[in-house]
Design a protein around this ligand. Structure first.
Ligand SMILES: NC(=O)c1ccc[n+]([C@@H]2O[C@H](COP(=O)([O-])OP(=O)(O)OC[C@H]3O[C@@H](n4cnc5c(N)ncnc54)[C@H](OP(=O)(O)O)[C@@H]3O)[C@@H](O)[C@H]2O)c1
Length: 307
C-alpha cells in the first residue's frame, strides 16, 4: 500500500467517518488512520470504560490534523440502542462520508439478547443492518462509502442449512464457529444486496476480511479452538494490517468507485458462491427488515425499487 493511503499524506479533512467497535483491534486502527488523515471520526463503543482510552488515543493520532474525534456508546446487539445511536448521529451529521461496520463477536456458547435474537447474529448482522438503514439519508448526502468487515470464515457460513428464522433466533444453533461464519456470510450478502438497492444513490459498499490478526476477538471465545487461537496470537499479524486495508477502501482514490466487491485484506478475491445467491440475499434483506422493524420511510428501498 502506498505511503499516502497509510494516512500520512492523505487528506480527508472535512469528511465524517463512523467506526463501530472502535475501541480495539481493526476498528481502533482504522479510526486512528482516519483521524490522522483529518477525518472527523465517531467511535462507536459499547463500554465507556474501554471507549474513553480509545478516544484519547484516536484524538492523539488526529492531533496534527485537528480531527474532531468523538465517542458514542451503544450495544450493537440491542436494536433499541442502535436506534438511539442512529438518531444521535443523524441529528449531528447532515452528511456521512464513511461508515465502517466493524464491531463483531465470536462466541463459544449460544446466547440470546433481551430482544430475542442470537447474540452473534444480533451484533454482527442485525445491528449493522439497522444502523446502516437509519443512516441512509446522511450517507446519501455524503460520500457514502461503506465497509462491512466480514471474514474468510464466511466460507464456512451456510444460511441454507436451515430456515433463516431459527438461525437468527438461535434455535438452529450448531456451535459458535458456525454462527460466526453464518453472520460473516450475512455481511457479504448484505453488502452485495445494498449495492443493488442503493447503488443509484451514489452509495458504495464493499465487504472485506481484515487478515488473521492479533486482536481481542480470540480472547473472548472459551472454546478449544478459541483458546488455541488465543495461544497462537503471537503468530498473527498486527491489527494495523486490517486498519490499513479498511483505510485503503475508503480513502484510496483508485478505489473510490469500487463497489460490491469482497477483499481479502487488500486484494480483491471472489467470496464464497452462496454470497452471490441473489435470492438468498433478497430473503435475508426482507427478513432483516422485519426483524429490525425498518420501514419504508426509513429508506429501505432504492429509488424506484419496490420492496
Ligand atoms: N482478528 C481477526 O483475525 C479477524 C479475522 C477476520 C475478521 N475479523 C473481524 O474484524 C472485526 C473486528 O474484530 P477484531 O478482530 O478487531 O476484534 P476485537 O479487538 O475484539 O474488536 C471487536 C470490537 O467489536 C466490539 N463489539 C463487540 N460486540 C459489540 C456490541 N454488542 N456492541 C458494540 N460493540 C461491540 C468490541 O467491543 P468490546 O471491546 O466492548 O468487546 C470491539 O470494539 C470483527 O467484525 C471480526 O469479525 C477479525
Amino acid at each position: 500500500m502506498t505511503e499516502a493511503v497509510e494516512g500520512a499524506a492523505l487528506d480527508l479533512k472535512g469528511q465524517v467517518a463512523v467506526v463501530t467497535g472502535a475501541n480495539s483491534g481493526v476498528g481502533k486502527s482504522a479510526a486512528e488512520l482516519l483521524a490522522r488523515a483529518g477525518a472527523g471520526v465517531t467511535l462507536v463503543c459499547r463500554s465507556r470504560e474501554r471507549g474513553e482510552p480509545a478516544l484519547a488515543d484516536v484524538r492523539q493520532a488526529g492531533a496534527a490534523t485537528g480531527a474532531d474525534v468523538r465517542l458514542e456508546l451503544a450495544d450493537l446487539s440491542l436494536q433499541a440502542d442502535v436506534r438511539t445511536l442512529a438518531d444521535r448521529l443523524a441529528a449531528r451529521f447532515r452528511a456521512i462520508d464513511i461508515l465502517v461496520n466493524n464491531a463483531g463477536v465470536w462466541l463459544h456458547r449460544r446466547e440470546i439478547t433481551s430482544e430475542g435474537f442470537e447474540v452473534t447474529f444480533a451484533t454482527n448482522h442485525l445491528g449493522h443492518f439497522l444502523l446502516t438503514h437509519r443512516l441512509l439519508a446522511p450517507l446519501a448526502a455524503g460520500r457514502g462509502r461503506i465497509v462491512n468487515v466480514s471474514s474468510e470464515a464466511h466460507r464456512n457460513g451456510d444460511l441454507r442449512r436451515a430456515a433463516l428464522e431459527p438461525i437468527v433466533r438461535g434455535d438452529a444453533w450448531k456451535g459458535g464457529f458456525q454462527a460466526y461464519g453464518d453472520t460473516k456470510l450475512a455481511n457479504a450478502l448484505f453488502t452485495f444486496e445494498s449495492v443493488r438497492r442503493w447503488g443509484a444513490r451514489g452509495i458504495t459498499a464493499n465487504a472485506m476480511h481484515p487478515g488473521v490478526l492479533r486482536t481481542r476477538i480470540w480472547r473472548k471465545n472459551r472454546s478449544a479452538l478459541g483458546l488455541l487461537l488465543h495461544a497462537a496470537r503471537g503468530l498473527m499479524a498486527k491489527p494495523e494490517v486490517g486498519g490499513r486495508a479498511v483505510m485503503r477502501l475508503v480513502a484510496d482514490p483508485a478505489r473510490d468507485a469500487v463497489t460490491g466487491r469482497y477483499f481479502k485484506v487488500e486484494d480483491e478475491v471472489a467470496a464464497t458462491a452462496q454470497a452471490y445467491d441473489a435470492d438468498l440475499a433478497r430473503e435475508l434483506w426482507d427478513r432483516s427488515l422485519e426483524w429490525t422493524g425498518v420501514t419504508r420511510s426509513e429508506g429501505a428501498n432504492g429509488p424506484g425499487q419496490p420492496q
